[in-house]
Ligand binder design. Structure first.
Ligand SMILES: [Zn+2]
Length: 459
């Protein structure tokens, strides 16, 4: 019996992860991500699906990030009726991320209509918040670490990958073939989440390659965070941290609690000015089954790993605006992490021109964006059509990535059992996918390939 795997996304790019698995008896989707970044990819979100969605028997998700789940609301509208299986924490985070994505799509369409900035009239959202809530009803939580029969004769094992809460690899067995989808490979020896768990390889491995050509440099992010906070407090300033709301914000809260408990930083207020970060933190609190030993011990001692003294979550815009009047030292964590919108831009407008303050970047900044401009020494920031002189200190911590680097990905391969019959290197920009493919060949002598968009592998 032949099993065919078709690469409907994350081939030639890092986004839009989705793979079609076709046996003689069943058709499955693994991940259903939205394309982000370059227009040529984003336009594919609007294309007719490459498969008749009503014929899909089940969808399996590795984790909740939008580039792995974000096309589901549209697919639901276009006929995807099947159950959608994922870990409990992934389902919890998807309940936050998918409606938010729908809301943003609606806002963008509205903005285009107002500005008449669209080739389509009227501009329509890719999907709505309501579409997201509808497809969420198809979600089914599965246990991790043990085999689950998702359909008659089709078994899958979700194994934790330490990337974000709930993130897993999936090893799928159907019609005598075994295929592992690495999902996004996380980090070793970082707080909160357990290390990536080894798997047993079979006929095919699909492995990500986001950092396939790079190593993380900053190995002591907590120390850097402590230094930046201390220096800013000495100047009576504010530390402004643009942060992803899911994963990164919780890691920052964890580090800040430790720094406060050690007395390494003064006990200043910490404000999480992002409703999504507040909601995501609640999901992190509710899913201790994903914690590592240290986080479990903190919880067992009756403490909250993400809470320390003087932590405040703002809910309303009015509460957020009140922060403008405060001049005492504090830490503000706000979104979006890449300065592409959200409350962080209003805080920047208020704070970037004072030499007392620090803007601290803790994540990737796309080339040409505002974060990239500040990090490369730009001294005249444009926000909301106005110019703001940059006098704040600009700092960055590079070691907080949720993606393992080349060495961590190789470690996961080495710790896993067996030799995959074939290896498809996916989820990377072309250079890093190619480099990682060569690294896997030279390290393990694996039979690797870098598939293109819509290419098919037969097993
Ligand atoms: Zn991810």
């Amino acid at each position: 019996m032949t099993v065919r795997i078709t690469f409907l996304g994350a081939a030639g790019t890092v986004t839009g992860s989705k793979y079609l698995v076709e046996g003689e008896q069943v058709r499955l989707l693994v991940d259903a991500g939205i394309f982000q970044g370059k227009r040529e990819w984003r336009e594919r979100n609007w294309n007719d699906p490459d498969v008749d969605l009503s014929t899909i028997d089940a969808t399996l998700l590795t984790h909740a990030h939008i580039d792995h789940t974000g096309i589901l609301p549209r697919y639901g509208q276009l006929g995807l009726q099947c159950p959608i299986f994922c870990s409990a924490a992934t389902a919890g985070l998807a309940r936050i991320l998918l409606p938010d994505s729908g809301h943003l799509q609606e806002e963008e369409a509205e903005w285009r209509n107002r500005k008449k900035n669209s080739r389509h009239s009227p501009a329509l959202p890719l999907y709505t918040e309501k579409d997201a809530n509808t497809v969420l009803q198809q979600f089914r939580s599965v246990p991790t670490g043990s085999s689950v029969e998702i359909l008659p004769g089709v078994n899958a094992v979700w194994q934790r990958m330490g990337h974000i809460l709930g993130a897993c690899s999936i090893t799928l067995t159907l019609e005598g073939k075994t295929i592992t989808f690495s999902g996004d490979i996380g980090r070793y020896d970082i707080p909160i989440l357990r290390d990536p768990q080894p798997v047993t390889f079979g006929d095919l491995l699909l492995i990500e390659s986001t950092y396939g050509d790079r190593s993380h440099q900053d190995t002591t992010p907590q120390k850097t965070l402590g230094r930046v906070i201390r220096e800013t407090v000495k100047r009576d300033g504010m530390v402004l941290i643009p942060s992803f709301a899911v994963g990164r914000a919780q890691l920052l809260l964890y580090y800040i609690r430790e720094l406060k408990e050690e007395g390494a930083i003064p006990d200043i207020p910490v404000i999480i000015d992002s409703p999504m970060a507040a909601n995501a933190t609640a999901i992190y609190r509710d899913n201790p089954q994903d914690y590592d030993e240290e986080a479990l011990q903190i919880k067992a001692g009756g403490r909250d790993p993400f809470s320390s003294s003087k932590i405040y979550f703002t809910k309303s815009t009015a509460e957020s605006k009140k922060l403008n009047g405060i001049v005492e030292p504090m830490i503000v964590i706000s979104a979006s992490g890449m300065l592409s919108g959200g409350r962080i831009l209003h805080h920047l407008r208020q704070r970037v021109s004072s030499p007392k303050n620090t803007v601290l970047f803790v994540g990737y900044q796309p080339p040409g964006g505002k974060g990239d401009y500040l990090l490369s020494g730009g001294d005249d920031l444009r926000l909301f059509g106005e110019h703001y002189p940059v006098r704040a200190t600009i700092e960055s911590i590079s070691g907080l990535s949720a993606h393992g680097d080349r060495e961590e990905m190789i470690r996961w391969c080495r710790e896993s059992k067996g030799t995959p019959g074939r290896v498809a290197v996916v989820h990377g920009e072309p250079d890093s996918a190619k480099a990682f493919s060569e690294t896997l060949q030279s390290t393990f002598q694996w039979n690797t390939t870098v598939p293109g968009y819509l290419e098919t592998i037969e097993l």
